[in-house]
Each structure stands twice: as C-alpha cells, then as structure tokens.
Write a protein that binds this ligand. Structure first.
Ligand code: BES
Ligand code: MN
Ligand code: MN
Length: 456
C-alpha cells in the first residue's frame, strides 16, 4: 500500500493532466457531427495504453466506432483480468445549463466538471493509471487485457459481434468494470446487479397534414392528446405497468434479500431535497431502493408534437412522437419485452389514429455473484483502502456488455465503480471528485493483488 501511495503521490499532477486531455475530446457517439473527435479519442486511448506498458495494442474497427484493445500477459499460469470501459460520452445538451463548457474540464471545490468526467472516462482511465503503476513498480500480479469501446452510450450494437469474433483474444477469468456508483466515500459499496433495457420509439399519426385547430379542432382526433392518453394508460393507479405479461418473468426478491437491500444507508429526505421534489414516486409496495434496483420500470424519455417554437401557433398536429424505454430485471428479456410493448401499444390505439412502433437498442439485466473470488478480492481491496467493508447494492442503470460477457464468454463481472449517483451522469455539470479518481487508482492494484492471491 505504501508503494502504491508513493507512486500516486509522485505522479498526481500528470495523472490529472492526462485525464484532462482525455476529457477535452468531445467523443459524443450519438451525434455524427463528432465522428472525427470520437475516432481521435480512440487513438489517444490506444497511445496511453501503449505508454503505460500494454502490448498488442490495436484500434479494432467495427461497423461503428472502434474498440481499443491492449494486453499485458506476464505469465500464462496467472489469472487474467479483462478490463472493460467506454471512451464515448453522452451528448452535453442542454449546453446553456453548464457552468463551464462540457469539454473544457474545470476543477471547482475539488471536483472535475466535464462531460465524461465520471461516465466513463474518469473511471476507465483509473485502470490505465493503475496498470502503469503496477508496471513501473514491478507489481503486476495478474495478466491484464483492456477493451475500451466507443459505443456504450448508444447501445453497444457492434460490441456483440466483436466479442463473438474475438473469443480467444478476450479469454479471461473475470471482467473488471468501473462504470457504476458507490453510495458514498464514507459508505463504500459494490453494485451487484444492473437492469436491462428495451428502448422504443412510437409515432401516432392522425390527419395527413397539420390542420388549422379552429377549422378542424373538435372534429378530428389530435395525435398529441391521443399519445398522452395512451402513455398515461401504461401505468395504473398504483404505478404498476399495465402491459399484459410485463411482470410475468420478474423474480421477486426473498424477504432476506429485501432486508439486506434496505439495510444500505439511504436517506429519503436527503434524496428528495437533492432533487428538489416534495414527494417521491413509484410502484406501490416497494421502497425507493427496491424500485430502482430490483423492479422493472417504464419511462418516457422524450415527447414531441405540433408547434414548440416561440410564440403561439394554432395548429392541430398531424403527428405525435415519443421515445419510451423500459428498465428490465432478471429474468425479463429485452426482445420479449419489446415485442409485448409493441403489441400492446398497437392494441390500445383508437381507430382515429394510426400508430407505428420501432425498437431501438436493448440490453439484458444481470445479477453478479457476491461469493466469487473476484467479489472477495474487490471486498478486500476496498476494506484495505477505505478501512470499511463495502456494502453490496443493486444499481438501476444498464451496461449491456455485462450480460453479453456472461452469455458469450462465460465470464462474470465485478462492478467496481467509484462514481456517485450525484455526479450528474448524462446531466449538465457532470463531475468526478479528484479524491475518487486517486482513490480508485490506489484501490485497483489491491484488487489485482488479492485476485491473484485468492486464485491460487
Ligand atoms: N455507466 C452507465 C450505467 C450506470 C450508471 C450503471 C450508474 C450504474 C450506475 C452507462 O454508461 C449508461 O449510461 N448506460 C445506459 C445504457 C445504454 C444502453 C445507453 C443507461 O443506463 O441508460
Ligand atoms: Mn458508463
Ligand atoms: Mn452513460
């Protein structure tokens, strides 16, 4: 531990400067206008991996953005850790709400403000620096493989193909991912589950053109009104989802699991005041932690129709659209849920309109083990670095690759995240605490050490 701390101390400023350089690339995968920047980011990541000591570094082309691979195999008889992360980020909009520009990382109050600071540049880069540290101090205890992708924020459509075509190259004993949150630095935790996702888009079409709302209003169905009615009907008065068979495959937690989940420190009052809401919301019969960690949900992510510009325009719109996503839990399947959503949404459309439903990306839910060698290694690493045993929690977010690694490669993951839910992922003013960044760099080598020891 002393050796680790000394190395971090001696290289603190450079570790930060390099992360800032990475954060300055606007690697927004969702928007084609950033294409050149996303590609440059992949090159930068490859260069940094090489400098840190990785071999066989390659920018692997896919049908979309490339996957950066690199490895260091020191001894075939040692266990191999596959480190996964993503160098792409979410769009920074709405730009006007950022206190400082999203791609000009700025430190305020010990925190780095930038798009991707926490999700996931700040987090995956900790692994690159921890790897450098182990190489330079001659303490690398396991073989290491890096796989850093550029399409996580848009559903990782090409990653499945890559994983299937590179089974041999990606062979490992465990996947290590820092792309999740902890409860707090005082209450370190490890996420042991992620939700799946089914992402849909719907279109409700009424008359063949926008109409004068005075001439036609009252006699022709308004698609915006119909869409709102249809969406409103997707939850009942207990906030259960009304789609038939939606809950059929959901596994209910046992009483013991519920108890353990709700034992995690959580302050509902603080939660509400942080979000400036007077009351929380959710499915009747479940606590907030159960709702986000263990229950499937349906959210409208965007909705648009008619005139939304300056001033007023009296129009009866021809169309109304919405993006709707569902978070899934074990044993739901994204494909099945997309199918039953489509059927249901079509079936509730009144004859006054036509509806079209399309499926965007999806991902499967996972629960990761808490009795594996890898989990124990993570627990020991945190115990040593934080002086506290981590609490296992269930995360509400999705990382589709985790189920894929399990299903295609047969490898389980450890979700070794150092972010906080309050880091404003996907929101304006995303941040990552410099303290967490260094703490991560110090903790990760301990994982490698304990994983090697426990694997013996
Ligand atoms: N890192 C997040 C997922 C996450 C965040 C998990 C916090 C747990 C805690 C990831 O980058 C992400 O945003 N995933 C998307 C899914 C993807 C298919 C667009 C998500 O969860 O919406
Ligand atoms: Mn992420
Ligand atoms: Mn994300």
């Amino acid at each position: 531990m002393e050796k680790i701390k000394n190395y971090v101390e001696a290289n603190k400023q450079r570790f930060l400067d390099e992360l800032f350089e990475l954060l300055r690339f606007p690697s927004v995968s969702a928007d084609p206008k950033y294409k050149a920047d996303v590609l440059k980011t992949a090159e930068f990541v490859a260069k940094q991996l090489t400098t840190a000591g990785a071999e066989r570094v390659e920018i692997c082309e896919t049908a979309g953005y490339p996957i950066v691979y690199g490895e260091k195999i020191i001894d075939k008889s040692l266990p191999t850790i596959l480190i996964y992360g993503h160098y792409d980020v979410q769009p920074p909009d709405p730009l006007e709400l950022w206190k400082t520009p999203p791609f000009e990382p700025t430190v305020r109050d010990g925190k780095i403000y930038a798009r991707g600071a926490c999700d996931d540049k700040g987090q995956f880069y900790m692994h690159v620096k921890a790897f450098e540290l182990m190489m330079k101090t001659n303490t690398l205890a396991c073989n290491v493989k890096f796989m850093i992708e550029g399409e996580e924020e848009v559903g990782s459509a090409n990653l499945g193909i890559f994983v299937n075509e590179n089974k041999e190259r990606l062979k490992a004993d465990v996947v290590l991912i820092s792309d999740t949150s902890m409860i707090s630095m005082e209450n370190p935790s490890i996420e042991t589950g992620l939700r799946g996702l089914a992402y849909m888009e719907v279109e409700v079409v009424g008359p063949n053109r926008d109409l004068h709302s005075g001439v036609y209003g009252g006699a022709v169905a308004n698609p915006a009104t119909i869409l709102c009615q249809m969406i409103a009907s997707l939850h009942d008065e207990h906030n259960h989802i009304t789609i038939p068979a939606f809950y059929d495959k959901v596994i209910e937690l046992t009483d013991a699991e519920k108890k353990a989940l709700n034992a995690a420190p959580f302050d509902l009052k603080e939660y509400k005041s942080d979000l400036d809401i007077d009351s929380e919301w959710g499915e009747k019969g479940y606590s907030t932690l159960e709702r986000t960690g263990t229950r499937p949900t349906l959210e409208v992510n965007g909705i648009w129709s008619g005139y939304t510009g300056e001033g007023a325009k009296t129009v009866l719109p021809s169309k109304a659209n919405a993006k709707i996503s569902m978070r899934l839990v074990p044993n739901q399947s994204s494909e099945e849920i997309a199918e039953i959503f489509t059927k249901h949404f079509e079936s509730i459309a009144p004859s006054t309109v036509k509806v079209k439903v399309t499926t965007h990306h999806g991902g499967e839910p996972v629960v990761t083990p808490t009795d594996s060698i890898a989990y124990l290694a993570a627990e020991k690493a945190i115990q040593e670095s934080f002086g506290k045993k981590p609490i296992p929690t269930r995360g509400g977010g999705s990382i589709p690759i985790v189920a894929l690694f399990e299903n295609v490669l047969g490898i389980k993951s450890v979700l070794f995240g150092f972010g906080l839910d309050s880091d404003a992922l996907h929101s304006p003013n995303e941040k990552y605490d410099i303290y967490n960044y260094y703490k991560g760099i110090e903790t990760l080598p301990l994982f490698h050490k304990y994983y090697a020891e426990l694997s013996k």
